[in-house]
Design a protein around this ligand. Structure first.
Ligand SMILES: Cc1cc2nc3c(=O)[nH]c(=O)nc-3n(C[C@H](O)[C@H](O)[C@H](O)COP(=O)(O)OP(=O)(O)OC[C@H]3O[C@@H](n4cnc5c(N)ncnc54)[C@H](O)[C@@H]3O)c2cc1C
Length: 324
């Protein structure tokens, strides 16, 4: 559990783990391992049950213990899952398409703390089959021919009144299920959406926001959400001049665009030009391709000494690898 930063206490043979405001209790007997999940909401209860079940299966491998939760109805949709359908499709730039989706009961997605969702793309030509919970708390197996493919995307805008979310999809070469679906989406097409997840951009006096086009929706949303007095720097790398978007931002945030086609320096090179004011509360955020993120994270941590709590650098995709 340590690799998940989970604090575990063991007392009288009973292990207790705190998972944010939920708790997992593990009580081994000679015959079985009794697991208990306590959480303030159904969705968190499902998360804790799935977390425990997945780890028990992992640690017990190759033994495959039978896990049975009581208190859960089997074969039900997960409570963080929604079926969404396409309302509108709008091309923002040559490589970015905004798709407006509508669905029921979207309140849980309207938070600035968790910006991204997992989208489930049904295989072409098949009626969608969405994940349901098995008696072991984990997703039930779906026939591979009908199994949706899952990719992460950012909620660019949410309008609870209208029951709508906007997702801005990058249309890229070598398209996988996400980019491919977005390229062909029509009103009334259906996909699944689960979440939200991830960490948002923390409040600070000075912000550094760095990303390529996949992180542009997150950066645009963050800039809109910052107070008018905010200061800092935002750097966005896009394929070409035509891929720029008009962003609304506080005056004190300096915005710099890098274009790959005109030989601009790379994102990680430009990050090295920015000095971070350590005497002010600062927060550094980056979302981009895996290799760039490795360099940026290492630079902030090892050369700038930015504390772990003051930075978040996330690989949004990896060249040559399919996302999940
Ligand atoms: C937290 C989070 C939030 C994200 N938000 C968004 C968002 O709002 N909008 C968005 O467009 N993306 C976003 N992404 C990135 C997106 O999940 C990946 O780009 C994903 O790989 C796209 O899936 P795909 O099915 O199109 O391609 P995949 O099947 O994953 O990959 C197929 C091939 O395409 C390559 N590839 C994947 N993405 C790109 C790319 N952008 N440019 C060039 N080649 C690529 C892969 O290396 C692979 O070779 C986000 C990722 C994360 C982790």
């Amino acid at each position: 559990m340590a690799e998940h930063d989970v604090e575990v206490t063991i007392d009288g043979g009973v292990a207790k783990a705190r998972l944010q405001d939920a708790e997992a209790v593990m009580r081994p007997t000679t015959e079985e391992l009794v697991l208990e999940a306590h959480a303030p909401s159904q969705a968190q209860l499902e998360d804790v049950a799935a977390f425990l079940a997945a780890h028990v299966l992992e640690f017990a491998h190759p033994e495959a213990p039978d896990i049975r939760w009581s208190g859960f109805a089997e074969r039900k949709a997960f409570s963080d899952f929604r079926e969404m359908s396409v309302v509108r499709v709008l091309d923002l730039t040559p490589h970015m398409r905004r798709i407006t989706l509508t669905g029921q009961d979207l309140d849980r997605f309207a938070t600035d703390d968790n910006l991204h969702v997992r989208l489930f793309f049904p295989p072409d030509g098949h009626a969608p089959e969405w994940p349901t919970r098995g008696v072991n708390g984990l997703s039930q197996a779906i026939d591979p021919a009908r199994r949706p493919q899952v990719r992460k995307y950012t909620i660019r805008r949410i309008d609870l009144g209208a029951g709508e979310v906007d997702i801005d999809f990058v249309l890229h070469a070598d398209a996988g299920p996400g980019s491919d679906w977005a390229g062909r989406a029509r009103p009334h097409d259906v996909i699944g959406m689960a979440g939200p997840g991830g960490r948002g951009i923390r409040a600070a006096d000075w912000h550094l926001l760095v990303g390529d086009e996949t992180a542009l929706p997150a950066i645009a949303r963050a800039l809109e959400g910052l107070p008018a007095t905010a200061s800092g720097v935002a750097i966005v790398e896009i394929p070409d001049e035509a891929d720029r978007l008009a962003l609304s931002k506080p005056e004190g945030i300096q915005l710099r665009w890098l274009h790959r086609t005109n030989g601009s320096p790379s994102l990680d090179e430009v990050v090295r030009e920015i000095s971070i004011p350590k005497d002010r509360a600062h927060f550094c955020w980056a979302g981009a391709e895996f290799d760039a993120i490795q360099k940026i994270r290492r630079y902030w941590r090892d050369e700038c000494g930015v504390a772990k709590a003051d930075q978040l650098a996330v690989a949004y995709w990896r060249r040559g690898a399919e996302g999940d």
